[in-house]
Design a protein around this ligand. Structure first.
Ligand code: ADP
Ligand code: ZN
Ligand code: ZN
Length: 820
């Protein structure tokens, strides 16, 4: 008989089940250390998972037969100790399971399970020294296209096919099915440059003369000089395809020029920094910048976290950059977090010129294989010195993290809404840096209430930079009364005369304009004039938005599409009117009012394609767009020289949300979009149209009064027991049966009140009470700021108890700690 195993491992499984699971490590497998993956069985049947070892120990679990680890998948850990600690902290803070954190954190390619769907990879055909089993598997794939890992096991007669599969994946012979949808190969492109010796003025003039009798070729050269800006200090690389397109020429003509010795062609991966570009020297900091930088440095002596409040266009990025280069020089790593990677091509370009080679970009829209490759590089001997990323970059393996920069720290996109873990990357950045004994710099022109509170109470260091770079004045903000304008018949469409005049003046001066409207689509509501019927989604309790371009109604909650009704769905009347307006409608109106201006729209609908957003931003940057209309996307981080005028069409919309953060958000959005104007020379001008022009938040926006806003809002939060004075947990229950969800919500509220009394609010029926055919109920819990750990344990236990009851076990529960 075999001797009893004496080594046990606690394993995290990629499932929404709480805790870790203990397995025995059979002799002959191993050694194993935390952070390695192991293949283990779980549940009934033959389900297999690639789990992650959390701990190795000698404590045999009592009363249970312990199942064995089937194989060890890694020779060295793929997850580092600080990462495992971070996972623990996230699971504890956000009341979710370690498995849920693991799913969010680990690239899919590293997380295998029985259900993993496999397809043949690009290297499958290469017949190398595969053992019989691998060949069998690849043959099976040829016939079946897709097989699951479970089927692979059956096919091979292996209880545990993971090691074979993993080997094939590493070679590129097997891929995850979802990877197939990513472009597996990096996109390579052919570029054109001047051959050696041609890139000076004299040589070029020689070529102009020589090509005089070949007008087609001459034309290509002229376009090349223009596009490449090869005679300027800021030359650009030119893709051959782009040159062909721009010159209306052909690859043959370009080939002729290569043969003549003018051009040469080269290939490289698209999107990589151009290695031939000269490094940019750091600009000299202005006096206010230097002072702020010194203050940040000294604040770091006493604090691990520093809040830098710098007004829009004060030059915060240069301060970050200087600090970053110091950290990198100490051979420590930097994580630079941005709210939305797509909107920040500008910043990435700026940083890449300063730190080429040392930078890696990471975000969730990246292809799976790229994410895995970067993860492995981070574990290796030569990890990137700086990672720029959206919130998920938090989960990469860092070996020596010295600094985390959280740019635009107030931005709600740092919060993950779905699925769990519903974490806020800004807050977890503080935890992460703490685990590495590194520092955190939070930056914003409009910091969140929470961070301002932490800074003003001394928990964080606090530095302010209150002048714009180059002493440019803050924009001049004007309020325009919509009611008054309507009364005096000074409206054209949704624009007041004042706003139209401001746009016209900007256009006359050849300046650019940004128009902000926080709703997309054409009109949000159709309504019957007779009976007030409004078309709603079948699956959700919301009205449908009309999209004119596609001539359809769309549900913005579930995405369902409907043909627009011709008659009322209730009384049959053909008279339907349209209420409200979205960006699409505004784009149309602008086109009518300013027929010679180029108008473009930036919202979720126009930026769906992979490079769509970049194209819009590039066009705007090059002046090919005069007026840019968009949703909150236009408020974020854009740094364009020629924007002089910014307008907000309807400020009331922003302030009327039924949410305690509505005023904070409205202030941030308006201050940020205003900050896009007049960034370079002359003060910009901002028009805010509103029904309720006297609203106190508008007063504060007009005065750029961040402090005043903070104080006003803080009083409100104190009076009503909102953060930062409490910590909130929002529990949303969902089920198809309204009766069952209501009864579960009442039971849960009752049980929670036993421990938390009147700090449990609800259950309430949310404004949108049904989504995707599921009824919703909501509870809100306010936890004490200091006692929240023990109170959270109570919440977790209560949830387990209530939903352990078979009567309620089918109800879906969404737990959101620090909801936004
Ligand atoms: P913020 O992030 O505070 O809104 P940015 O960092 O984008 O401001 O700076 C605003 C503009 O001023 C940018 O175009 C930037 O290039 C320029 N700028 C900032 N600091 C300097 C400096 N020290 N030298 C030259 N240009 C600077
Ligand atoms: Zn009707
Ligand atoms: Zn819907």
């Amino acid at each position: 008989m075999d001797s009893l195993p004496t080594v046990f491992v606690d394993v995290i499984l990629p499932l929404a089940v709480p805790g870790t699971f203990t397995y025995a490590l059979p002799e002959g497998l191993g050694p194993v250390i935390p952070g390695m993956r192991v293949a283990v069985p779980f549940g009934r049947g033959r389900k297999l998972y690639g789990g992650l070892v959390r701990a190795v120990h000698g404590d045999r679990p009592p009363h249970r037969s312990v199942r064995p680890v089937l194989s060890v998948l890694d020779a060295t850990p793929v997850v580092l100790p600080e990462q495992l600690d971070l996972w623990d902290r996230i699971a504890a803070h956000y009341l979710c399971s370690l498995g849920e954190v693991m799913i969010a954190a680990l690239p899919a390619q590293l997380a295998l399970s029985s259900e993993t769907r496999l397809v043949a990879g690009p290297e499958a055909a290469k017949d190398t020294a595969d053992q019989g089993r691998a060949v069998l598997l690849l043959q099976a794939l040829e016939q079946n296209n897709v097989i699951t890992l479970e089927q692979a096991g059956e096919m091979l007669g292996l209880k545990d096919p993971m090691p074979v599969v993993k080997r094939l994946m590493e070679r590129g012979a097997l891929l995850l099915e979802e990877q197939l949808r990513d472009d597996w190969k990096p996109r390579m492109a052919t570029y054109v440059r001047l051959a050696a010796g041609n890139s000076n003025e004299e040589a070029l003039h020689g070529w102009f003369d020589r090509l005089e009798k070949a007008p087609k070729q001459l034309h290509v050269l002229m376009r090349f000089v223009e596009i490449s800006r090869c005679m300027t200090d800021d030359p650009k690389e030119v893709e051959r395809a782009k040159l062909v397109h721009a010159s209306g020429s052909t690859t043959t003509v370009i080939k002729q020029l290569v043969d003549k010795g003018l051009f040469e062609l080269y290939e490289r991966e698209v999107g990589r920094p151009d290695p031939s570009r000269p490094l940019q020297r750091a600009p000299d900091l202005s006096e206010p910048q230097r002072k702020a930088l010194d203050e940040v440095r000294s604040a770091f002596r006493g604090h691990d976290v520093v809040l830098l409040r710098g007004v829009t266009s004060s030059g915060k990025t240069e301060i970050y950059t200087t600090l970053i280069s110091e950290v990198i020089a100490r051979n420590e790593q930097v994580l630079y977090l941005l709210p939305e990677i797509a909107l920040t091509t500008q910043i990435i370009a700026r940083l890449r010129h300063r730190f080429p080679d040392r930078i890696a970009v990471f975000h969730s829209r990246m292809a799976q294989h790229e994410r895995t490759a970067l993860w492995m590089r981070c574990l290796g001997d030569d990890p990137p010195a700086m990672i720029i990323g959206a919130r998920s970059a938090l989960f990469l393996p860092y070996q020596r993290l010295g600094l985390v920069v959280v740019d635009e720290e107030h931005d709600p996109s740092y919060k993950q809404h779905d699925p769990a873990p519903r974490y806020n990357a800004r807050d977890m950045a503080v935890v992460l840096a703490g685990l590495h004994k590194g520092k955190v710099l939070l930056g914003s022109a409009t910091p969140s209430m929470e961070s301002q509170h932490n800074a003003r109470t001394g928990k964080y260091g606090h530095v302010e930079l209150l002048v714009r770079f180059g002493d440019v004045q803050m924009p001049m903000i004007t309020r325009v009364d919509l009611r008054d304008a309507a009364k005096r018949k000074l409206m054209r469409g949704h624009f007041t005369r004042t706003f139209i005049d401001a746009i016209q003046q900007a256009l006359d001066r050849r300046e650019q304009v940004i128009v902000f409207q926080n709703r997309r689509g054409y009109v949000p509501v159709w309504q019957c004039e007779t009976c007030s019927w409004i078309p709603e989604c079948d699956q959700c309790d919301v009205s449908l938005t009309y999209h004119k371009l596609q001539h359809q109604l769309r549900c913005h909650y579930c995405g369902r599409q409907y043909p627009p009704p011709t008659t009322c769905g209730h009384c049959g009347s053909p008279r339907l009117r349209m209420l409200g307006f979205g960006t699409e409608k505004i784009e149309e109106e602008l086109g009518e009012f300013f027929p010679t201006a180029k108008v473009a729209r930036m919202d979720q609908d126009t930026t769906r394609g992979k490079h769509a957003l970049e194209r819009i931003l590039t066009a705007f940057g090059q002046g090919a767009i005069d007026i840019l209309v968009g949703t909150q996307m236009v408020t974020k981080g854009l740094d364009f020289d020629h924007v002089s005028t910014v307008g907000i069409l309807n400020a009331d919309n922003l302030m009327r949300f039924p949410d305690f953060r509505a005023h904070e958000r409205a202030f941030q959005l308006m201050a940020q979009v205003a900050g896009r104007s007049g960034r370079r020379k002359n003060a910009g001008s901002v028009i805010i149209q509103a029904q309720e022009v006297q609203h106190p938040v508008l007063d504060l926006v007009v005065k750029h009064d961040v402090d005043g806003m903070y104080e006003r809002e803080l009083e409100h939060r104190r009076a009503h027991g909102y953060p930062p004075f409490t910590r909130m947990v929002q529990l949303t229950l969902k089920h198809r049966s309204e009766e069952r969800v209501a009864s579960a919500a009442s039971a849960l509220a009752l049980a929670l009140r036993e421990g938390l009394a009147d700090r449990v609010l609800g259950p309430e029926i949310p404004v949108v009470s049904r989504i995707r055919d599921k009824h919703l109920r909501r509870l809100l819990i306010k936890l004490g700021r200091t006692r929240h750990h023990s109170e959270k344990d109570f919440v977790r236990d209560t949830i387990d108890r209530v939903f352990g009851d078979p009567q309620h076990s089918a109800i879906q529960l969404v737990t959101d700690v620090d909801p936004m």
